[in-house]
Design a protein around this ligand. Structure first.
Ligand code: HPA
Length: 236
């Protein structure tokens, strides 16, 4: 079984909120749908009712694990810190820096009887990422595959000084969810390729203040990304 985890924008796509089932596991409730052997998991829940710091990441990933999911394409709306993935563009994440705090962010907190320190070098699967890249190229998109994602806790956006600091330490894009989710997927031994699409210039980088892509253009982009993710997973 394969899965697509979607976030902001994507949870307005029917595949993520129609025919959903609700399951409760030891970490809490998860809502998802399954179609043609792909699990569609809206991380903020259908209708975007959970802010990033309140998402039950462990319940989500534990559920994928128990469904027997081996491969995930995770999709993230982000703000651009550098031009690598400019607003309206998308690309693959190669690494992340995690500034989130106060979240249940591990399966190895001692309560399952084990303490383990799981390596985060190569947190994203090279072959799955390359497969997504190949599908993008076939559709005429040339995309970067080396973006660094900085995870903030949110739900507030960053200050301009924070974004300048993130740029100096090597961040390309900023968002509020990937660090927590990618680490848990790695702990769960699920292959993951992360795709980020930018909907704005991060704080302080746009003379107009913070301006976001229109909902309709986001939906068009999201549609392309889901279809490429499905294509990638079906070939993998
Ligand atoms: N900051 C944090 N998260 C985001 C942003 C941003 O600018 N844009 C989309 N998600």
């Amino acid at each position: 079984m394969k899965a697509i985890i979607g976030g902001t924008g994507i949870d307005r796509d029917g595949r993520f909120y129609e025919n959903t089932v609700s399951k409760v596991n030891r970490y809490g409730e998860v809502i998802y749908s399954i179609k043609d052997d792909i699990v569609y998991l809206p991380r903020h829940r259908p209708g975007h009712s959970l802010p990033p710091h309140r998402i039950n990441y462990r319940a989500n990933i534990a559920e994928l694990r128990s469904l027997g999911v081996t491969d995930v394409i995770s999709i993230y709306a982000v703000g651009s810190i550098t031009k690598l993935i400019a607003p309206t563009r998308f690309g693959l994440i190669k690494d992340f820096i995690d500034f989130a705090f106060g979240r249940e962010n591990t399966f190895y907190d001692g309560t399952e009887g084990a303490v383990r320190h799981v390596p985060m070098v190569d947190a994203f699967d090279r072959e799955l990422s390359a497969a997504f890249m190949a599908v993008s190229m076939m559709r005429g998109y040339s995309i970067p595959s080396n973006a660094v994602y900085v995870t903030t806790n949110g739900p507030r956006f960053e200050t301009a000084a924070e974004i300048e600091a993130f740029r100096r330490i090597g961040g390309d894009v900023v968002g509020m969810t990937l660090g927590t989710e990618a680490a848990l997927l790695r702990e769960a031994g699920i292959r993951n390729a992360a795709v980020a699409y930018s909907i704005n210039w991060a704080a302080g980088l746009d003379a107009e203040g913070m301006a976001f892509m229109e909902g309709e253009s986001i939906m068009k982009l999201v549609d392309i990304l889901i279809s490429m993710a499905e294509d990638t997973l079906s070939r993998f």
